[in-house]
Design a protein around this ligand. Sequence first.
Ligand code: SAM
Length: 196
Amino acid sequence: MTAPFANATIKNRQPIVEELKKLLRNSNKVLEIGSGTGQHAIWFAPRLPWLTWLPSDLPVKLFGIERWIKDFPSDNLAQPIALDVSESWPITEHDVIFSANTAHIMQLQEVKKMIANGAGSLPSRGLFCLYGPFIFENTALAKSNIKFNKKLQDLHPSMGIRKFHDLNMLALAGSMKLLEINSMPANNHLIVWQKI
Ligand SMILES: C[S@@+](CC[C@H](N)C(=O)[O-])C[C@H]1O[C@@H](n2cnc3c(N)ncnc32)[C@H](O)[C@@H]1O
């Protein structure tokens, strides 16, 4: 099997890692949720050498992530683990959760579990970093995101760009406070919550 490839990661990986370098300078271990192909993990880990990066995804995705890690190993990059946010979570000791482009793919119930269980798994001052397109109150959705949202909903009505307000309510319910909202290229954002 050839390694899976996601073109978007080539464009967004460097802007994301530049933010992570600043945000995670005092962090130890990142649990990545919904690692996808694994291209982010193999790019981020060597550029954040002081911490450990642990990729995860649904079991069906692990083989592809392992393929990328085989070709681009890093001392601080762990083998991926199976993690379905809607099932019981494996116990991993992490002080950061990072997830990119997952909230609009997962069903809303799964997003709720990702935030609630993710918050519950973090220590005090731990960070939850969520990257992707979001809908912000009083801000018109960019044309590209309107088109993307329609494409998602045509694919499956349970998919769609989530409202920041709803995600923030879930984060607050999980004892996290909003730390930063970073504007990113192509009308994406990197939202960061901190466990109280
Ligand atoms: C659009 S991909 C994003 C992949 C990668 N993070 C990126 O930005 O390129 C969405 C990912 O979410 C994962 N995913 C979907 N439902 C999930 C669930 N219930 N638990 C964990 N991961 C899930 C998918 O398997 C997929 O890899």
